[in-house]
Design a protein around this ligand. Sequence first.
Ligand SMILES: [Fe+2]
Length: 274
Amino acid sequence: MGVLLSLYLAHLALSPGGIGLNLGAGLTGATVGLLRLTFAGDRLGRRRGRGIVYEFSQALPGLAPLRKMGLLFTPQENDMEHVLPPLPYPKNALAPHMSEETFEYHYGKHHQAYVTNLNNLIKGTEFEHKTLEEIVKTAPAGGIFNNAAQVWNHTFFWHSMKPGGGGQPSGALLAAINQRWGSYDEFKKAFQASAVGNFGSGWTWLVKKPDGSVDIVNTSNAGTPLTTADKPLLTVDVWEHAYYIDYRNLRPKFVETFLEHLVNWSFAEANYAG
Ligand SMILES: [Fe+2]
């Protein structure tokens, strides 16, 4: 799976955490790729792309000055820093159900803090060059896991909502929900009860089990289905910081609003199908 020989002809990052374009020719294992597109800082927390990425199996000595100027990076160097992924909608797009002020704190400060903490904690460790998902799946309990999982969980949460959300799922996901709970209304009651009853800080998830059935799972603190056999389909953050600005202590009202006005069923359907 490692890159044996690769020449990245151009790497253009439009903005930190924004869209990156990476054109290149590469030989990766047995696979020869002629065009590679990457989206730096994309929706599930890829990393920053910047400068020109140019790599042979050994760095060419003549390129050292450019490297010193910060214009050349190997893919690994380019991958060292995690960034706050962009929101899939403007900060005010979910108002009045979730205010811009909530996003300024929850996304701009809490989510950003997890990214910053993660970058600081992984320096010089075996996790430094791992992807976010690899870190979540392999880090032991502690700071690196907590911050990596919180980065991933929050990004997943932003995508679990959309402007004009709510309604019902359709297709195979609706069929699976009906099979598990009998009806969508019964699912909503079960999800609401689970989220409201999730003691302390945590997350409530709709997941796909390995047998294709669906279920509701609560996790605590930074816990995430990524470390289990379940596939997350959507989530709601029930840490107090998720709702305190807009709903104060009223978690039931927040969860009800999430289901009525915010939940992004097309995201969950795509995850269920994928
Ligand atoms: Fe949160």
